[in-house]
Structures are given as C-alpha cells and as structure tokens.
Design a protein around this ligand. Structure first.
Ligand SMILES: Cc1cc2nc3c(=O)[nH]c(=O)nc-3n(C[C@H](O)[C@H](O)[C@H](O)COP(=O)(O)OP(=O)(O)OC[C@H]3O[C@@H](n4cnc5c(N)ncnc54)[C@H](O)[C@@H]3O)c2cc1C
Length: 434
C-alpha cells in the first residue's frame, strides 16, 4: 500500500511527485516517456518544442523550478515586435513602431494602441500572480466573451485580436473570454525564457529526480475510492495490475480525469463536465537556409492574422551564430488553433504536413521549395477553453473528492505555471492530511 499514487506524468504530476519524493509514493504514466505536453524533438541540427515552448516570466513558478533543478534557461532576447498582417510580415523594435507601420486606419491605430496601454495598466499586475477567481480584475476578464469585452471592432482589429486569441487557447474572440488573449498579450510583451535543449529537459530532470517512483508504460484504466483508500487499475508492460494507496492525485486534463475516476461525487462530475479543451497542431519545417532569411533578425515569434496558421516561431533563435553558420540550415515551427487542428487531425500525417507547408508557402512565398524535412504533432487536449462562467467553478475543480486530489492546468490557469502552482496546492492539501 502506497501513501500516494499520482496518475499522469506531465509537469503537474511530476512536480507533485518531486516534492514528495522522500515518501512512499508511485507515479503512473501511460507513455514510454514522461513529460506530457512538454515534449521536444530534433530536426537536423536543431531541437524544437512540439508542445510547450516558453517559460513565462523570469520569477515565475516554472522559472524557479528550472533553477532549483539546475535546468538551464535562456532569455528570449526578442528585439522585434512582429505581426503578419494583410499578406506581409511587419516588424519594428517597439509596439508603437509596429503600430505605426501596420496598414491600419488612424482611428484603428489609436484604438488598438490606447486599448493595449489600458490593458497593460489595469491587468498587468494579475499576469504575475497566482490565479485568484475572486480578484475583481479576473472576474472582469471572464464575465463576457473577448468580443464583448473589446466592443465593436473594425474588421482589421478583429483579425488582429483573433490572431492573439487563437494563439492562446486556440479559439476566436467570439468564443473565448477576454482573459486569455489579454494574458497572452501581456506575456508576449514580458520576459519569456526558453529551456536550453528544449522544454522537455525540465520534465526529464523532474523524472530523474523522482527515480524509481516513476513507472512508465502504465496506462491507468480506472480509479476508485474504497473504504480504506484508493484503488488504481492500470494496463502495464506486464499486464493488468492493481495498486492501492491511502490517497491519489489525478494530474491530467479534466476530460481524462472525468472518464477514469469511477467514484466522483455529482458536484465534481458536473464541474469537470464544463471543462473542454482546444486542440492545437504544431508542425516543424527544416529548411536548406537560415530561418532569418524569411523571419528577419531579432524575430522569435510571429502572430499571423487572418490565416489558418496562427503563429510561426524560429527554434534556431537560441542557437549561437557559429552553430547556425556551420549548419547552414534553418527551422520554422508553425501552429494552428482549435478548428484548423481538428480538421488536420482527420488527414493522414503526410497530407496534414503538406497542408501546413502550403500555408507556410502562402505566408513566405517560395519557402516550400526549401523544405528538407518536416514533422507534425497534434494535441487533441492542448489547452483548456475559457468560457464565460468558468471562474465560478474553480473551487469545485480544485477541491479534493474524498481521498482523490486534482491538479493540472484546467484547475489553475497559466499554462505550465498554472500546472506547477496546482501541484503545489495539492502538496499543501496532502500535508493537511498527514
Ligand atoms: C502546442 C502547445 C504549446 C504550448 N505552449 C506553452 C508555452 O509556450 N508555455 C507554457 O507555459 N505552456 C504551454 N502549453 C501548455 C502546457 O504544455 C500545459 O499547460 C502543461 O504542460 C500541462 O501539464 P499537465 O501536467 O497539467 O498536463 P499534461 O502535460 O497533459 O500531463 C498529463 C499526463 O498524463 C498522462 N496520461 C494521460 N492519460 C493517462 C492514463 N490513462 N494513465 C496514465 N497516464 C496518463 C499523459 O500521457 C501526460 O503525460 C502549450 C501546450 C501545447 C499543446
């Protein structure tokens, strides 16, 4: 009998297990490698992130965790603010400079510029705090859709806000609340860090620190609270196995949690039923010449307005000039929001990659001829969707149900930061039972 079983070896479950690694615990992870949505891959001489790309904030929970684990991170030294708009890449060294260059009417420039300033002043402080559903500013951002929050917009401003919204939770401003596009805008303007060697280094380091407590290839099929503890049944490499523990932590997206736990009380099941995830697809294209040829210098991420691809990033941005010179190659990562991803997931792998290569070619004409190799990753459960009314269900999403505890990004917004904070909340909850 274990003190604790953690189900799910993404950054949330790994962080819980890492904090409690000196106890009698077990972490069960379905895949042959832990990390969940933090996986990184290699194409040519470069590593790119198929999932999470950046650590948001230099003093954030994930930044602090990386430092504690000795995982190197590097400031993304963005010297340009770019946007792909109306068929052309615009970039400048400041937001004001970009706004001046964009082919927008003067009223639209004023409206966007003043709106962005107001957002930074009023909501900037909440971007760096743990999500508090009772904070009046959080309530303001979540009580209407982003379109309602932003008021009537010209078609051009609508395109720009939709580009920002789609990058965040994969959905347009008519569907998502204002919270996510606003947080994304604030984080883009803030310090962002990349993990040296790819984001996966962070979760691999957590896995190493946990050692034998981590069991890979354990596909959990059922979790049940019993009279004396919790029973977890999994298909493992040796067949079906049953594990007993005093308590259990479910550390995976809400819809999976809902399907695995068979003893959920109604209040918990109802809260979990309200959580839906947006899909995202990311594809990487290895090029026969440096990425800067298309992106320009100092450009790390380009939001794309009015297109199926919602952003392009340059994974070679962090590599020393000498490495890039020696390689002579480039790499670009393209990603899409919810609807486009769902369509791409219905296609065979090669066709989906070809579709995105055609998209890339529309953005940078002629680039398709320079693609040497490509790769694609679909994330059916990429990021939780933010809907009006969600702030009210946080207490129910976070609360333990009997001996079962819940963490992961759907219980605490903020992407990896949210997952890590949710892991710390669960560790505190467990302490209260000892
Ligand atoms: C394309 C993309 C880009 C992103 N970019 C960023 C970014 O730049 N910065 C940022 O902070 N965040 C980003 N995110 C979000 C971030 O990746 C997630 O918020 C975070 O990694 C979620 O971690 P988690 O541990 O809560 O969940 P997960 O990573 O989903 O972990 C859940 C784990 O549970 C396992 N599991 C599932 N079912 C079972 C089962 N039956 N039995 C056992 N194990 C199971 C899974 O294999 C997985 O390892 C991005 C996400 C995506 C998809």
């Amino acid at each position: 009998m274990y003190d604790l079983i953690v189900v799910g070896g993404g950054i949330a479950g790994l962080t819980v297990a890492y904090r409690l690694r000196h106890q009698n615990i077990l972490l069960l992870e379905k895949e042959s490698v832990a990390g969940g949505r933090t996986l990184s891959r290699q194409l040519g001489d470069y590593v790119y992130n198929a999932g999470a790309q950046v650590i948001m904030g230099g003093q954030s929970p994930v930044a602090a965790l990386a430092d504690e684990l000795g995982v190197a991170r590097t400031l993304i030294d963005k010297t340009k603010v770019p946007l792909f708009f109306d068929g052309k890449l615009y970039s400048a060294s400041s937001q004001a400079g970009l706004l001046a260059r964009l082919p927008l009417s003067l009223p639209d420039k004023l409206r966007f510029g003043l709106g962005a300033l107001r957002i930074q002043r009023r909501y900037g402080p909440v971007a760096h705090r743990a999500f508090d559903p009772a904070d009046p500013r959080i309530i303001e951002l979540n009580q209407s859709t982003a379109a309602e929050f932003l008021g009537s917009l010209s078609p051009d401003l609508c395109k720009i806000w939709n580009a920002i919204a789609t990058i965040s939770d994969g959905e347009s401003i008519d569907l998502t609340t204002a919270f996510h596009p606003v947080m994304v805008m604030l984080h883009f303007l803030d310090q962002e860090y990349a993990v040296v060697g790819g984001t996966h280094q962070l979760t691999l380091a957590l896995g190493r620190a946990i050692g034998n407590h981590l069991r890979l290839g354990a596909d959990v099929r059922e979790v049940r609270e019993t009279e004396t503890g919790v029973e977890v049944t999994a298909n493992t490499l040796t067949g079906e196995e049953s594990f007993q523990a005093e308590r259990c932590v479910m550390a995976m997206p809400g819809p999976i949690t809902r399907s695995l736990v068979k003893t959920l009380p109604d209040w918990k099941r109802e809260a979990l039923e309200k959580i839906d995830y947006a899909s995202q697809t990311s594809a990487a294209f290895l090029l026969d010449r440096p990425s800067e040829q298309w992106m320009g210098t100092g450009v790390w991420r380009v939001p794309i307005a009015g297109h199926r691809a919602c952003a392009i990033t340059d994974p070679t941005f962090f590599y020393a000039d000498e490495v890039k010179r020696r390689s002579g190659q480039g790499l670009l990562r393209v990603y899409t929001g919810d609807l486009a991803s769902k369509e791409l997931q219905t296609l065979p792998r090669q066709e989906a990659m070809d579709e995105l290569r055609r998209d890339l070619d529309q953005i940078f004409p002629g680039i398709a001829a320079h693609v040497i190799e490509s790769d694609i990753a679909h994330w059916a459960l990429a990021n939780p969707k933010w809907r009006v009314g969600h702030t009210e269900i946080y207490p129910s999403l976070q609360a333990p149900a009997g001996r079962i505890h819940f963490c992961g990004d759907y219980t605490s917004p903020g992407y990896m930061n949210g997952s890590v904070l949710s892991a710390y909340r669960v560790v505190d909850e467990l302490g209260a039972f000892r």
